[in-house]
Ligand binder design. Structure first.
Ligand code: NAD
Length: 297
């Protein structure tokens, strides 16, 4: 991990889903005291089990010692109450991609967090300026957008809202570097850098499927072998979560106002069916046999 010093010692993470557990894993491994909060106690249990499994894999591969794993796990705490984050130096929100849910969380966080606490959102697309505006400390609010899976992906996007101070930016940059990440700084625009470019491509793959251009496997094979992508676009959409993909496309469509960003009706239909991708066991692929996912239809 990169060596930087930071005065931030304890990190609160709200939302213990795919992203929250990944951020908690990397933060605890990098020496931070971490408290994960989720409204759903089952998500917290699942998050701890996922972190333990992923750390075991690192130990087997020689990337982590058993002693470092134990030390990292001893720095991990969980709670169902946001109020338990009152002493944190930094709180990172990684809850469901829904503006109203996030605003409610940030009002509560602002009320309980110590005055010096920085607040970050891991949102994939929602305006940092708008989320910051519901708090009394927009200068201490910032976008900190990790990539999935967090322990594997080197990039973090940092997004400054209109009011974010230079000091907040620099302190959060140090945290990202201490976690061993490389930073790309984006303006506060819908989708920032990665999702502004990536999601329209995934959405277009859904249109290609909907229009009968090719089947699921052919679309994914074509982009893997023809464009050198490590995962096909439909597999990647499943991996991100189809509900998250629709939410991001809606933000791009509503805020940029261009019809090219309209979410594919087929993608929306999958979400309506509760087929949210890998996290729900079924999306464009059926994951009932995880080693051998098969196209669902
Ligand atoms: P997820 O569905 O796996 O997890 C969301 C978690 O938030 C769930 O455990 C849920 O119980 C919890 N939650 C919902 N409301 C809450 C509340 N009021 N308080 C506390 N917890 C609450 O979703 P995810 O994929 O982890 O995405 C989380 C965030 O990260 C979203 O903003 C998403 O856009 C962003 N993100 C996702 C990816 C990705 O590839 N999935 C990548 C980067 C950023």
């Amino acid at each position: 991990m990169a060596k930087t010093s930071t005065d931030i010692k304890s990190i609160g993470i709200i939302g213990a889903g795919q992203m929250g557990n990944g951020i908690a894993h990397v933060a605890a491994q990098s020496g931070f005291e971490v408290t994960m909060v989720d409204v759903n106690p089952a998500s917290l249990e699942k998050a701890l089990a996922t972190i333990a499994k992923n750390m075991d894999r690192q130990v087997q591969k020689g990337g982590l010692t058993e002693a470092d794993k134990k030390a990292a796990e001893s720095r991990l705490h969980t709670s169902i109450k946001v109020a338990d984050l009152e002493k944190c130096d930094l709180i990172i929100e990684a809850a469901t991609e829904n503006e109203e849910i996030k605003k409610k969380i940030f009002r509560e966080v602002d009320a309980i967090a110590q005055k010096s606490c920085l607040i970050a959102s891991n949102t994939s697309s929602i305006s940092i300026t708008r989320l910051a505006a519901v708090t009394s400390r927009p200068e201490k609010f910032i976008g900190l957008h990790f990539m999935n899976p967090v322990p594997m992906m080197a990039l973090v996007e940092i997004i400054r809202g209109l009011a974010t101070s230079q000091e907040t930016y620099e302190r959060v940059l140090e945290v990202a570097e201490k976690m061993g990440k490389t930073v790309a700084t984006s303006e506060d625009v819908p989708g920032f850098i990665v999702n502004r470019l990536l999601l329209p491509m995934l959405n277009e793959a859904c249109y290609a499927l909907q229009e009968g251009v090719a089947d699921v496997r052919s679309i994914d094979t074509a982009m893997k072998l023809g464009a050198g992508h490590p995962m096909g676009p439909l597999q990647l959409a499943d991996f991100i979560g189809l509900d998250t993909c629709v939410a991001i496309m809606r933000v791009l469509h509503n805020e940029l106002g261009d019809s090219k960003y309209r979410p594919s009706p087929l993608l929306v239909k999958f979400v309506d069916a509760g087929w949210l991708g890998k996290k729900s066991g079924r999306g464009f692929y059926d994951y009932s046999d995880p080693a051998n996912p098969k196209p669902s239809r």
